[in-house]
Design a protein around this ligand. Structure first.
Ligand SMILES: C[S@@+](CC[C@H](N)C(=O)[O-])C[C@H]1O[C@@H](n2cnc3c(N)ncnc32)[C@H](O)[C@@H]1O
Length: 246
């Protein structure tokens, strides 16, 4: 499926990226992709003051979390069953900007990321490319994080890979007033939409996972596919619902 977006057609590197991801030029698109300083960024054209979305595993918030974020004590690590002597392999079937996947990879997990939205996948690929070349994290990033573009309803079966854990974090409509949701996040939500077909992901995820499926939800959200989990881990704003398949 091709996606239409606005971009500078005289920027050779950008045109190349857009062609590879089948992103066609649209004069009227609300979004713009920019390529500057070797970074791909997504902007909303009517909000020029809001900084663009880029995937940066080397610096910024995720790098800070890697160094000071609590390691294996984090709820997400507990949710996938990560502890000394057990480092599960993970398929992140709703990869988004790869933040959760990166936390797990930085703790040792091999993570396959699946993302269906072409613009998001292009941003992810760009972030991975830079991370793979980084002297500090490049080596293990190349070993532990790989991207697959596709819809997980199909890809989970078609990829033919096994993993201990399938991790799902589909979009969920936010309750907070829009001003409270970070502007950057609002931009991402506007692009991606609300993942209304998310319930369809649980059956194939349960089929593929060797140990458990983990579903991240806002604390007020109903269970995915109406299915009661084996256990839940609660954080300040979210819940990790665990579906054991053992
Ligand atoms: C809330 S975001 C995930 C955020 C991610 N956990 C992170 O830490 O950055 C949800 C993402 O899942 C993707 N997605 C939703 N349903 C999908 C599906 N069936 N197959 C592949 N990707 C999907 C959306 O396009 C969106 O980018």
């Amino acid at each position: 499926m091709s996606t239409s977006i606005f971009f500078d057609q005289s920027n050779v590197e950008l045109v190349d990226i857009c062609q590879r991801w089948q992103l066609t030029f649209s004069e009227g698109s609300a979004f713009e992709l920019k390529y500057h300083n070797q970074r791909l960024a997504l902007h909303k054209r009517d909000e020029p003051k809001v900084s663009g979305i880029i995937v940066d595993f080397v610096g910024g918030a995720v790098a800070h979390r890697r160094k000071f974020g609590g390691g294996k004590g984090q709820a997400i690590a507990k949710a996938v069953g990560l502890k000394n002597g057990n480092i599960p392999s993970v398929i992140d079937a709703t990869a988004g900007l790869g933040r959760d996947a990166f936390v797990l990879a930085s703790l040792g997990c091999n993570v396959t990321l699946i993302e269906r939205q072409s613009v998001v996948a292009a941003l992810l690929e760009d972030g991975l490319k830079r991370a793979y070349q980084d002297p500090e994290i490049g080596k293990w990033m190349q070993q532990r994080m790989r991207l697959h573009h596709g819809a997980s309803q199909n890809s989970l079966n078609e990829l033919g890979i096994e993993a201990d854990v399938v991790y799902l974090d589909p979009m969920y409509p936010h309750r907070e007033k829009s001003a409270q949701v970070k502007k950057e996040m609002r931009l991402f939500q506007t692009l991606v939409g609300s993942d209304d077909d998310a319930d369809e992901l649980l059956p194939p995820a349960l089929n593929i996972a060797q140990k458990r499926v983990v579903v991240k939800r806002p604390d007020y959200a109903e269970y995915l596919n109406g299915q009661t989990p084996s256990a839940s881990i609660k954080t300040k704003k979210n819940r990790f619902d665990l579906y054991s398949v053992l």
